[in-house]
Every structure is written in structure tokens, then in C-alpha cells.
Design a protein around this ligand. Structure first.
Ligand SMILES: [Zn+2]
Ligand SMILES: [Zn+2]
Length: 363
């Protein structure tokens, strides 16, 4: 199987602005399965012969973003945003795929009778929704997404689609993430309250760590932030793509140096020996799951920070209302409540039960 062809610059086709009735006709005459269909190997486009975020190596893959459950090494050819390609190269080495091709947000590419484009998903740097168009019929696979502002990546862009494929990591009405400013404010208050203690913040290496740092900067914190070695390369990559993280330093030195300081580390490090080098650390963890008390206890977290890179219940339902697709497919997460909600709104929804997506960033 050959690589992906060259992108068509500019907008070759107009957005599909036909009425819902027209779209329904197209829908029933052709059907979404000829454009994109769920298979045991992942979401597959028969005409273009590629998979979106396949869990195992394939000839041709479109990758929505760099988290390990979506971006795997070993594909023959990978099509993704320049940022996602850079992230994959950083994490897996430059030879992570046979060939790679960058597709910028908004560019359109003809692939074997379908047209592929990528739109910002607001999840992490370079994250994209993948849209596949064929004969005026449009399917968009969101990948992971969120709707609230994130200073480290481009904001989610709604793409009018006949079928919208959504995640549902936080697809229950109990999940309503508080404003980021509020959570960062709690961290900064704790730092002021305990000047003799270090604050050790667990945050996933791709996305969450840089977002926490950037949010601290926006809140006016301009002290040096100390980082675990496992975050250094991705921090540099974010800075390369224009995300200013301010003064950072490796978390090495004597215990006393870290009194009143903030240290960011991957979640696994906050529970291990490594954390003993800091004076009486306040352990914090930045995750959407921190709204669940059992998880907070299970991880022994003293300062839970509810910061998620996934849409919460309101963001999910707002997105489905806004897009009002003919069909909603739910890839992974808590699909029952969202499906039921969609049906009550008169939307058609089905759960795909795709396997292999365990959220690295929020689990
Ligand atoms: Zn993700
Ligand atoms: Zn995911």
C-alpha cells in the first residue's frame, strides 16, 4: 500500500450546507458504512483504505493525537498534524512509522475516492478531529476532545457532519468539571498556606503537565517551576511550537531548596521513592478523575485538582446539540447515559464499543 498523496491546498470543496432532509436522502441511499465503519481493527475507511487511531499496526493510519492509546508505533504510513508527528517522533523515535505525512488543520487531502481533513479538537497540542467526506456525505471522528479554553492548544472547531463520532470518557451527568482558574487558584493558595512544604503535582507528560504550567503562568506565578526528567522533552517540544512555559528547572538539588516550590511530575512518580527528596510534600494530582473521592483516596492525593483534557457531561451534550448530526457514534467511555440522553433529544446514537482506548491522559 502506497503512502498518502499530496494535500490539496485551500478549500477545494464547499462545506456541506445542504438541508437535513437532503442529507437524510444521501444517508439512506449510500450509508455511512461505505465512508467509515467500525471493525475489530478500529475505524476503517474502505474507499481510502486507512484506519483512524488503530490499536494495532496497519498499512495506513490517520492519527488524531499523540496519546499512547491513539498513536501507536509501527504503522506503514501515518497521516497526522505536524505537531502530532513531532510528538510521536519524540516518544517513539524518528522511525516510528514507515512514512509520515503532515496535514495541517483545514487542509484537504484526496485519499482513494474520499477526502480527509483535520480540525482542532482542543485536547492536547496538535490534537485533531478527522473528517472523511465522500459524495457530500461527512463523517467526523473527534478523537478525544474538550470545549473549554486550553492555552496550550488550538480550540475545538465544530465541523458540520452527518455522523459525529464522539468519545464519552466523562459521559455521566455527575461529571461537571469546575473552571480551571478555580483549581489552579486552590493550588496557589495551598503553596502560600504551607511555605515550608513542597507541592508535588502529578500530571500526565503529554498535555496536562504543560497545561498546568501554562495555567500557573496565566495566574501570575512567575517563579521557577521544577520538573521531573520525564517531562523535559515534551516541555521543550511545546515551547518549540510556541507555548511559553516560563522558567523551568530540573527537580534536582537538596531537600531544603524545594520548600514552598512547585514540582510537576508524571503521576507514577508522585507515589514512588523519587518523591522523598522533597520536604513534606503536599501531593496534588491534576485529572478529571479527581472529582471521584474513591480515586483521590486510592492514589493518596492530598490536593485533588479537577483538570481534565476531556469533555465533561455539559461539553459532550452541548457538542451534540450544536452539531445535531444525523447519527452520533460513541467510541469509548461511559456510553449508556450519553446514548440515552441523545435519544431523548431525538438524536440517533449508537455505541461502537471500540476496544483499546484507555485514556493515558485521564486514567
Ligand atoms: Zn487523549
Ligand atoms: Zn483517548
Amino acid at each position: 500500500m502506497g503512502p498518502f498523496p499530496s494535500p490539496v491546498h485551500g478549500h477545494a470543496l464547499m462545506l456541506d450546507l445542504s438541508s437535513k432532509a437532503t442529507r437524510t436522502r444521501m444517508f439512506s441511499s449510500d450509508g455511512p458504512a461505505s465512508v467509515l465503519r467500525p471493525t475489530p481493527a478500529g475505524l476503517w475507511c474502505p474507499k481510502g483504505d486507512f484506519y483512524i487511531d488503530p490499536p494495532r499496526p496497519v498499512d495506513r493510519a490517520v492519527i488524531t493525537h499523540g496519546h499512547a492509546d491513539h498513536a501507536r508505533a509501527g504503522h506503514g504510513a501515518v497521516l497526522a498534524t505536524p505537531e502530532t508527528l513531532a510528538i510521536m517522533s519524540e516518544r517513539y523515535g524518528a522511525d516510528f512509522a514507515g512514512r509520515t505525512q503532515a496535514l495541517k488543520y483545514g487542509e484537504r487531502l484526496a485519499v482513494g475516492g474520499v477526502e480527509v481533513s483535520l480540525a482542532p479538537a482542543g485536547h492536547v497540542l496538535g490534537s485533531a478531529q478527522a473528517t472523511v467526506r465522500q459524495a457530500g456525505f461527512t463523517i467526523t471522528a473527534s478523537g478525544d476532545y474538550k470545549r473549554r479554553r486550553d492555552p496550550t492548544c488550538a480550540a475545538f472547531e465544530p465541523v458540520p457532519s452527518d455522523v459525529f463520532i464522539t468519545e464519552a470518557t466523562f459521559g455521566l451527568p455527575v461529571f461537571r468539571h469546575p473552571p480551571d482558574v478555580q483549581e489552579i487558584g486552590r493550588l496557589l493558595r495551598s503553596v502560600r498556606q504551607f511555605p515550608e512544604r513542597a507541592h508535588l503535582v502529578g500530571a500526565y507528560a503529554l498535555g496536562k503537565a504543560q497545561r498546568v504550567i501554562r495555567l500557573l503562568r496565566e495566574a501570575g506565578y512567575d517563579e521557577t517551576i521544577y520538573v521531573h526528567g520525564a517531562l523535559e522533552r515534551l516541555n521543550r517540544l511545546y515551547e518549540h511550537f510556541g507555548v511559553d512555559l516560563g522558567p523551568l528547572a530540573p527537580a534536582t538539588g537538596s531537600k531544603a531548596d524545594f520548600a514552598g516550590r512547585i514540582i510537576i511530575a508524571p503521576p507514577s512518580a508522585i507515589a514512588d521513592r523519587w518523591s522523598r527528596r522533597f520536604p513534606d510534600p503536599v501531593t496534588a494530582f491534576a485529572s478529571g478523575w479527581m472529582s471521584v473521592r474513591a480515586r483521590v483516596r486510592q492514589r493518596g492525593v492530598e490536593l485533588p485538582l479537577i483538570l481534565s483534557d476531556h469533555a465533561d457531561w455539559d461539553e459532550l451534550t452541548h457538542t451534540l446539540t450544536e452539531l445535531s448530526p444525523l447519527e452520533t457514534w460513541i467510541t469509548h467511555g461511559r456510553d449508556d447515559a450519553l446514548r440515552r440522553w441523545a435519544e431523548l433529544q431525538g438524536l440517533t446514537a449508537r455505541a461502537l464499543h471500540l476496544v483499546g482506548y484507555e485514556d493515558e491522559d485521564d486514567d
